[in-house]
Design a binder for this molecule. Structure first.
Ligand code: ADP
Length: 257
């Protein structure tokens, strides 16, 4: 398998490689759909390490990461969770949207993210020491205005951090063209549209238009939908439920196309 396609926007590859080499945990901040997951996939492949990705949600507990006893064929057996497997196999564990997870997850992460680099498995009585090749990467989206769900300073100060944003226009154009095969002129219109939307302050959007949505729009156009139908389905509907906001977006699409 090849290395997943990723176009850097800055020094993020060097930072990741250095963090990996010096056993530093990494925090990636940034809006949804801007390339965080692709970046981690790319780097794990480049460094030749297995990747264990966990999409965190509000029911995710420490046991979901570490492992649990399960009954299999009448016997109780211990089954490693993804974090434990990453430690045992010297892999990269990527906790996407880590702030969503339950509080007990941070208790597990703390001893792993300082120079102890260890994780006690209370249930099995083991103390796992992370090999040099193990790396912990977490991401979160600071845009969600939920104070309760931001990372505690005592946790965030255990990571080196990189801020991600949507790629610069020329890079984003390149990405859309490469990922979908859509003609560059049409990709350029999509990128212009996104640029305008992203600077528009008076549209009441919770989240801005992502590279992912632009790619979806390009795919629909490649499949023969006209640009308005594609924009309606890939850009306008996913961004808002409010009729007046949708109307504003539609006008912007009309003005750009
Ligand atoms: P996030 O994890 O930030 O929500 P993703 O990594 O899933 O976002 O990115 C969404 C999609 O956008 C990817 O599947 C990929 O097609 C594309 N993408 C975004 N940024 C890049 C990039 N820098 N290089 C290549 N593809 C990218």
């Amino acid at each position: 398998m090849g290395i997943p396609y990723y176009v850097p926007s800055g020094n993020e590859c060097l930072l990741f490689e250095t963090a990996f080499r010096r056993q530093l945990p990494l925090l990636i901040k940034g809006p949804t759909g801007c390339g965080k997951t692709r970046f981690v996939l790319h780097m794990a492949a480049k460094l030749g390490r297995p990747l264990f990705t966990v999409a965190c949600h509000d029911d995710l507990t420490a046991a979901d990461l570490t492992g649990r006893f399960l009954i299999k064929g009448g016997e109780t057996v211990w089954v490693d969770g993804p974090l434990t497997r990453a430690i045992r196999e010297g892999g990269i564990c990527y906790l996407d949207e880590v702030v969503e997870a339950r509080k007990d997850v941070t208790v597990v992460l703390h001893p792993l993210t300082d120079d102890r680099r260890m994780m006690p498995l209370e249930r099995t009585g083991e103390i796992l020491r992370a090999p040099d090749e193990f790396m912990l990467v977490v991401s979160y989206n600071p845009g969600y205005q939920n104070i309760l769900k931001s990372l505690k300073p005592s946790t965030r100060q255990r990571f080196i951090a990189i801020s991600f944003d949507f790629p610069p226009p020329e890079t984003e154009l390149e990405i859309i063209a490469t990922e979908t095969g859509l003609e560059r002129d049409k990709c350029r219109v999509l990128v212009n549209l996104a640029t305008q939307l992203r600077i528009l302050k008076d549209v009441d959007l919770e989240e801005n238009i992502s590279t992912r949505l632009l790619i979806y729009c390009a795919i629909l156009m490649m499949e023969g939908l006209d640009p308005y139908q594609a924009a309606q389905a890939a850009l306008i509907e996913p961004l808002s439920d409010e009729a007046d906001v949708q109307q504003g977006l539609l006008e912007l699409v009309r003005a750009t196309w």
